[in-house]
Design a protein around this ligand. Structure first.
Ligand SMILES: NC(=O)c1ccc[n+]([C@@H]2O[C@H](COP(=O)([O-])OP(=O)(O)OC[C@H]3O[C@@H](n4cnc5c(N)ncnc54)[C@H](O)[C@@H]3O)[C@@H](O)[C@H]2O)c1
Length: 280
């Protein structure tokens, strides 16, 4: 019997927002844990040392290698220090998981201007800043993979009236495409994950009723978790995806390919019970 080599053996990764603000794992935490489980050395970047500490405890318990970098990814100096820390602690940089994001409600008529500005800064500008300092370090390390966390709300209107969030996530997809084209020859692949309406730290406060509605609105009819995003991230991070760049991969139980009526069960009006003879 052969023992499988960890898929990310020898790689160094940065995960932004690697902590979790609730008891439910977030996409940052789950991805950091899976990257470490696959052999990567992981820098857990978070502005909250306490949140990042929860992730560090899991990785250390499992025998993985990780450490905390405390900083705010909306600040250029912190992003520079983050890349430098990965290189000085672990000898290089190969993977950047750009995960930090936030949301406030509102349409263009009533969204608060300061909320709009904060969302654009945290959801898009921070990815640009983190990448700005990571890319030269990755190129010097022989190449790398950047994974930006968008949302299915970035290419179709989402479940709540939060136009700033959805616009920012559309921007993340455009950012991904441009970075992929502009840095391909530097040995950098850039892809995007578009999570659907999963149950994770980011949405941990939603009611059971709302969770059920989200589950039922997908073709698979099951509830997703941050681990579903993390498994996709491991694939995009490693050499198995070496010929994939610039894509946006939905991780959403198929919700982005379905219209509301199409996911209704046949006996709930998706197709009328006597449809054998019906003409539409
Ligand atoms: N759960 C969902 O339904 C869903 C769906 C689509 C996309 N997403 C995306 O997933 C990501 C959520 O990440 P998570 O699940 O890890 O959530 P999370 O809200 O728990 O955030 C993770 C960490 O980010 C840290 N953080 C926040 N702002 C920071 C900053 N400026 N600098 C450094 N650290 C900061 C927090 O301290 C926290 O520990 C977001 O980008 C969100 O848009 C979630």
């Amino acid at each position: 019997m052969t023992t499988r080599k960890p898929r990310l053996d020898g790689k160094v990764a940065i995960v932004t927002g690697a902590g979790t603000q609730s008891e439910v794992p977030g996409t940052g935490q789950a991805t950091a844990v899976l990257l470490a489980r696959e052999g990567a050395k992981v820098l857990l970047a978070d502005r909250s040392e306490e949140n990042a500490g929860k992730t560090l405890a899991i990785i250390e318990e499992e025998g993985g290698t990780a450490s905390i970098f405390t900083g705010d990814v909306t600040r250029s100096a912190d992003c520079r220090a983050m890349a430098e820390t990965a290189v000085s602690r672990y000898g290089g940089l190969h993977i950047l998981f750009n995960n930090v994001g936030l949301s406030y409600p509102g349409t263009v008529v009533d969204v608060r201007e300061e909320h709009w500005d904060e969302i654009m800064e945290v959801n898009i500008k921070a990815m640009m800043l983190a990448s700005r300092y990571a890319i030269p370090a990755m190129t010097a390390s022989g190449g790398g993979s950047i994974i930006n966390v968008a949302s299915i709300d970035g290419f179709r209107s989402g479940w709540s009236y939060n136009v700033a969030y959805e616009t920012s996530k559309g921007g993340v997809i455009a950012l991904t495409i441009n970075m992929a084209v502009q840095h391909g020859r530097d040995g950098i692949r850039v892809n995007c994950l578009a999570p659907g309406h999963l149950h994770g730290a980011f949405t941990a406060g939603l009611s059971e009723e709302h969770r059920e509605l989200r589950r039922r609105s997908t073709p698979l009819g099951t509830e997703g978790t941050a681990w579903d995003v993390a498994h996709a991230a491991v694939f995009l991070a490693g050499d198995e995806s070496r010929w994939i760049t610039g894509v946006t991969l939905p991780v959403d139980a198929g919700s982005s390919i379905a219209l509301p009526l199409s996911v209704l069960p046949r006996d709930e009006g998706g197709i009328l019970p006597d449809s054998e003879s019906a003409r539409f």
